[in-house]
Design a protein around this ligand. Structure first.
Ligand code: SF4
Ligand SMILES: [Zn+2]
Length: 352
């Protein structure tokens, strides 16, 4: 399909500057940007993958991971090809590192209708970095909201003030995935990102200028991306910027793509990161990709009661009253929405 992008500036000599991500590629006539799916066609920036959906799955929102927004609801997850990051461990590399315009043709109306047809409650833009196709996501998201659906980005946060401004038009929720606690040597070597600062700036921008629900994720990569001093720095930033109620997830790494020789993250390492978050003052720290671990649950910070008991992406027990207060001590837990109606835990699988 392809369509002229919105987030770009025209430069002399028919060049363009893309403003959809923090790489701010300057692209010469008939060249393409680093993500491979935005390019200069005769002096105009084009989003080549507008309306080209490469993957579509119905997932529990907990899989994103998002656990404090519409718990137990379902999202229709979509992606295009391409990405602005070059993660050597990417689990979706077949999609994200494919520099080709491929996928099923879907108009924004068809994306929304498919979401409704599958009984999902929202649309997740995920698997690759959604800000690189934000004009398409925006067109889907605006219609989705009108039809009673919500929109969620699973993002690396390597964005710009321009993308945040566009997010505000349609986005309800974002989970920003740090990797290796944004330690610069790690981001340089394993992601191809010279400086992680734009991720922090994006979070500040989202917090100061929007009402989007935010959760934070940090993928802990053993040996090369598990530095505790940077984990502390990240937790401190999250606490200072968002306060004690911001959910943070420490995810277990599994070998994939160009990092097959690395082991999975030891659970003990993840537990150390969790302790740092708690010591900094974050009330809602979680471990991810460790099904059955007690740190998957939500605990009441006042009485330590398990208010939401989880296994993987499934909710096993819901111990909150109709105001989302702990049934034991009446402390209010900061969760948007109640457990999805007709929720059944047994329809979800988990990752090991
Ligand atoms: S979205 Fe793509 S073209 Fe635009 S700045 Fe980022 S990598 Fe470059
Ligand atoms: Zn309590």
């Amino acid at each position: 399909m392809g369509k002229e992008a919105i987030l770009y500036e025209k430069l002399p000599e028919e060049k363009v500057r893309c403003t959809a991500c923090a790489r701010y590629c300057e692209i010469g006539k008939n060249q393409i940007g680093l993500c491979g799916i935005r390019g200069n066609t005769d002096g105009r920036l084009e989003l080549f993958v507008y309306g080209k959906v490469i993957a579509g799955n119905v997932d529990p929102i907990e899989k994103k991971p998002v656990v404090h927004y519409r718990p137990g609801s379902k999202v229709f997850s979509i992606a295009t090809t391409g990405c602005n990051w070059l993660c050597k461990y990417c689990q979706n590399y077949d999609i994200s590192q494919r520099r080709k315009v491929e996928g099923v043709d879907m108009t924004p109306e068809q994306v929304v209708q498919t979401t409704l047809d599958h009984g999902a409650d929202g649309i997740a833009y995920t698997y690759n970095q959604p800000s690189i196709f934000i004009e398409f996501a925006r067109d889907c998201g605006v219609i989705a909201r009108k039809r009673g659906l919500y929109n969620v980005f699973v993002s690396n946060g390597y964005d710009t003030p321009e993308t945040v401004k566009m997010m505000e038009e349609f986005l309800d929720c974002i989970t920003v995935d740090f990797k290796g606690s944004a330690e610069p040597n790690f981001t340089r070597k394993y992601i191809g990102v010279p400086d992680p600062k734009p991720i922090f700036d994006t979070l500040t921008e989202i917090h100061d200028k929007t009402k989007i629900h935010v959760e934070i994720t940090d993928l802990i990569v053993p040996e090369v991306g598990d530095d505790l001093s940077y984990a502390k720095k990240l937790c401190k930033f999250v606490y200072d910027e968002f306060g004690s109620d911001m959910p943070i997830h420490f995810l277990r790494f599994h070998p994939d793509y160009k990092m097959m020789e690395f082991p999975s993250t030891p659970v003990k390492t993840l537990e150390k990161h969790h302790k740092i978050a708690k010591d900094v003052g974050l009330n809602y720290a979680y471990l991810g990709n460790v099904p059955g671990h007690p740190l998957e649950h939500t605990y009441c910070p006042e009485c330590n009661n398990i208010v939401i008991n989880r296994f993987g992406f499934a909710i096993k027990e819901w111990n909150l009253d109709e105001k989302n207060q702990c049934i034991n001590c009446k402390n209010r837990i900061p969760i948007t929405g109640r457990l999805a109606k007709n929720y059944k835990a047994d329809r979800f699988q988990f990752v090991v």
